[in-house]
Design a protein around this ligand. Structure first.
Ligand code: G4P
Length: 529
């Protein structure tokens, strides 16, 4: 197969959801359809159980699983599918945001009974901002849930999406009989033992099929017809261009656990989901079909074994081919590196690969050369945009608890920050180090990993910070900016890239400061937009 065919057959996407909506179950069912696994239950859940806060073995176990499930690749029909794992736990939301920079589309899973939940809102917002094509899968139709139209409304109003159903449930919960596939214009009825798996699937080519009426009854059929009419009246028909530009989101209904509607979702997905998309670098837009290789690091995973300090850097290939043992330019360091054992991912296994194509993810063994956002190319000096840091939610001073191990502590903090575990800010006034995290869990992870991987001990001290804002001003010597820096000295810090950050101690003081210094710009992501 040539380069163009390889490129065109790749579909790289992420599944996002609030925890428990059914992301793991759906992933597993997709892998089953792809023949990548043989039985249900084979994909390990990477869910952080509630007890994990103080259970470090649990955290380590989860880290192990999260390496295994970082990329799940399989072939389905003539397509090569790469699913990028996105942690659902909110303390790891930042990981998910970064992974979303490497996907070409997403599937959003929503629980039919719970509707749109908090984590879904946040993640969809990130996708919306980037115009990522999204398909919505409403799951758990085997249970009693909200009315389909109410749910579609909720998705539109809470997630600010513009939906169009491509399937519609026939009944729900106990009465759930099947799916009318608007995309393929046929009806599918499912039956199986205790509804645990589909053992029997009947397809009816149209609603006028007399057998269909016999099977579901005239009342159900009438209701379905009315509902489909309403769908037609209320929602715009599916428009592929609108979907691909993030302006319209098709919706499917089903039950991942029971295999209802999953194949319909997958078949439509491979039909409409985008192949690898161009990506914006600071210098220019990079097209996937360019001959020269380019890619970027979106995730770094430290080795679980403290004796081997190497890490695995996950690189999304944007253009060209990535080949084993070829020298590539590490743009930030300005030096060429060769990789003798790049890993490719297949289902839950990783194996050494000679050549990878746009859309693929390669795992590169790294001894500390990479940090998140780094660009690799054949030779061109470009830097991909779009792996911003978001303002952390929790802040603490980090202190050295073992003066003999200062070097180890600094190295450990440095590497953990490169991995994106948390963010480091250094206060202007006294050079004290402040760690900012998205969730409280990370403080314990950092302490544990510093000790076990670097032999360093740290302690924390509380610090009253509400938000970190990246600061900009059109001119360095604008009088307001100079005044701001003088008056607010105590609250200023530098992030790891040396960008100026204002650590506001409350929402009120942030607001007051913004009002007082209108010439100063406050940004909530390091991308400063
Ligand atoms: P997540 O990755 O989004 O967090 O969700 P996960 O797939 O782990 O699913 C969460 C729970 O919902 C699981 O039950 C799973 O079996 C169940 N589930 C997923 N899809 C469906 C569905 O279509 N119908 C029904 N009724 N349940 C579904 P659990 O009891 O938490 O875990 P387990 O013991 O079954 O693994």
């Amino acid at each position: 197969m040539g380069f163009t065919e390889e490129l065109q057959r790749r579909r790289t996407f992420g599944i996002i959801s609030h925890p428990d909506a059914g992301k793991t179950t759906l992933t597993e069912k997709l892998l089953l359809y792809g023949g990548a696994i043989q039985e249900a239950g084979a994909v390990k859940s990477n869910k952080i159980k509630k007890s994990a806060t103080s259970d470090f073995m649990e955290i380590e176990r989860q880290r192990g699983i999260s390496v295994a499930t970082s990329v799940l690749a399989f072939n389905y029909q003539d397509k090569k599918i790469n699913i990028l794992d996105t942690p659902g736990h909110k303390d790891f939301a930042e990981d998910t945001y970064r992974t979303l920079t490497a996907v070409d589309s997403v599937i959003v899973v929503i629980d039919v009974a719970k509707g749109v939940e908090e984590q879904t809102e946040k993640l969809v917002e990130v996708c919306r901002m980037r115009n990522i094509p999204m398909i919505v899968f409403i799951n758990k139709l085997d249970r009693e849930g909200k009315d389909a139209f109410d749910l579609l409304d909720e998705v539109e109003t809470k997630l600010h999406l513009s939906v169009t159903p491509l399937s519609f449930p026939i009944g729900m919960g106990y009465d759930f009989k099947g799916i009318y596939n608007i995309w393929e214009q046929n009806a599918q009825l499912f039956s199986g033992e205790q509804k645990q798996t589909v053992t029997h699937k009947e397809t009816y080519a149209s609603l006028e099929d007399a057998q269909l009426e016999k099977r579901i009854g005239s009342n159900s059929l009438e209701q379905l017809k009315e509902e489909l009419e309403l769908v037609q009246g209320v929602y715009n028909p599916f428009d592929k261009e609108a979907y691909l530009s993030g302006k319209q989101q098709p919706v499917f209904f089903g039950s991942a656990l029971n295999n209802f509607g999953v194949q319909e979702l997958l078949d439509c997905f491979i039909d409409i989901a985008p192949e690898p998309l161009p990506k914006q670098a600071e210098e220019r837009l990079i097209q996937p079909n360019e001959k020269d290789f380019s890619g970027f690091v979106f995730k770094i995973h430290a080795n679980m074994d403290p004796k081997h300090r190497d890490r695995l850097a996950f690189v999304k290939i944007v253009s060209g081919t990535f080949e084993r043992n070829k020298p590539y330019l590490h743009v930030r360091h300005g030096k060429k590196l060769k990789f003798s054992s790049p890993n490719a991912f297949f289902a839950e296994k990783k194996e050494i690969v000679d050549i990878s194509y746009p859309g693929d993810i390669v795992g590169l063994h790294d001894t500390g050369n990479f940090k998140i956002g780094d660009t690799l190319t054949t030779q061109e000096k470009i830097q991909f945009q779009g792996i911003p840091s978001f303002s952390p939610e929790h802040f603490r001073y980090i202190n050295n608890a073992d003066p003999m191990k200062a070097k180890q502590l600094n190295k450990g903090i440095d590497q953990l920050m490169d991995e994106g575990v948390a963010q480091l800010f250094t206060l202007h006034l006294n050079n004290r180090k402040v760690i900012g995290t998205v969730g409280a869990l990370q403080f314990e992870v950092i302490q544990y990993r510093l000790l076990h991987e670097y032999g360093a001990q740290c302690s924390y001290e509380n610090l009253n910070v509400h938000k970190a804002c990246w600061i900009g001003c059109e001119s360095e010597d604008h009088p307001e900016f100079v005044e701001f820096k003088r008056v607010k000295q105590k609250f200023l810090a530098l992030d790891k890239q040396g960008q100026l950050v204002f650590l506001a101690d409350s929402a009120f003081s942030l607001q007051m400061t913004q009002q007082k210094y209108p010439a100063v710009q406050f940004f909530f992501t390091s991308e400063m937009t």
